[in-house]
Ligand binder design. Structure first.
Ligand code: ADP
Ligand code: MG
Length: 242
């Protein structure tokens, strides 16, 4: 069952075309890892899906409904499609708990007690229950990123977009964040994850999508991409990063 359908998506910044007609279907509970060199358009594509960027052409269908039409309420989309960034973007002046409850109470209008219950449940699951009253700057990068993922999940999104969520972390902290993604995958959360962690992509993705210069060159199960890619460019990219 297709959850999200990207059809011929085009996006330019001035004269620079960054997404050159990208088409991709994400099935319910599927995890697709988006790989590609720096500047290939991974972040821009994810930002378009969350309506952080306007697209120039094409369609984005969520459960068959076109969310890319002009005037579509971005808040409505962001309630259903959560996004986590490389730089965590936690609210620095709020406790971990408040970071998790704010959008729930403000945007979803969840009663505060219920929002807190869900937040504590998520923190417990992520091994962060004792950090509820802590402020972000007192946490390690790995903990902050796990809080950021928990915050996105507190909105109970149908899809999670994850953009290089381990790129800012010290190597020894990468594992704890990837473990969270593995857990979410086991729970059947639908995810699109841009990553440089090839080993992780290979072991956990249902499919891997290779972006090059704003074009999706190939999309295939990891074993195929990593052992027998169709394109020479995919082979060259993997040779460089592996
Ligand atoms: P990736 O995430 O794969 O590294 P990006 O999507 O961040 O790639 O960037 C793709 C290209 O778009 C790059 O050339 C980048 O400089 C350019 N770009 C991204 N955002 C903007 C912007 N807001 N204005 C102008 N150019 C941008
Ligand atoms: Mg990026």
């Amino acid at each position: 069952m297709t959850k999200l359908s990207i059809r011929n998506l085009r996006k330019s910044f001035g004269a620079l075309e960054v997404c050159k007609g990208i088409s991709l279907d994400l099935a319910k509970s599927e995890l697709i890892c988006l790989i590609g060199g720096s500047g290939s358009g991974k972040s821009t594509l994810l930002r378009c899906l969350n309506l952080l960027e306007h697209i120039d052409d094409g369609e984005i269908l969520l459960d068959g409904e076109d969310i890319s039409v002009p005037g579509y309420d971005p808040e409505r989309v962001r309630r259903r499609i959560g996004m986590v960034f490389q730089s965590y973007n936690l609210f620095p002046h709020m406790s971990v708990l408040k970071n998790l409850t704010l959008a729930q109470t403000r945007i979803r209008k969840t009663p505060p007690a219920e929002a807190k219950d869900l937040a504590m449940e998520l923190l417990l699951r992520f091994g962060l229950a004792d950090k509820a009253e802590t402020y972000p700057d007192k946490l390690s990068g790995g903990q902050q990123q796990r809080v950021a993922i928990a915050r996105a999940l507190a909105m109970e999104p149908e899809i999670l977009l994850l953009d290089e969520i381990t790129s800012a972390l010290d190597p020894e902290l990468v594992g704890e964040v990837l473990r969270v993604v593995r857990d979410l995958k086991a729970q059947g959360i639908t995810m699109l994850l841009a990553t440089h962690e090839m080993g992780f992509a290979r072991s956990v993705a249902d499919r891997v999508a290779f972006l090059s210069g704003g074009s999706l060159l190939e999309v295939a199960p990891p074993e195929k991409i990593f052992t027998q890619p169709d394109h020479e460019q995919t082979r060259q990219f993997l040779k460089r990063v592996l």
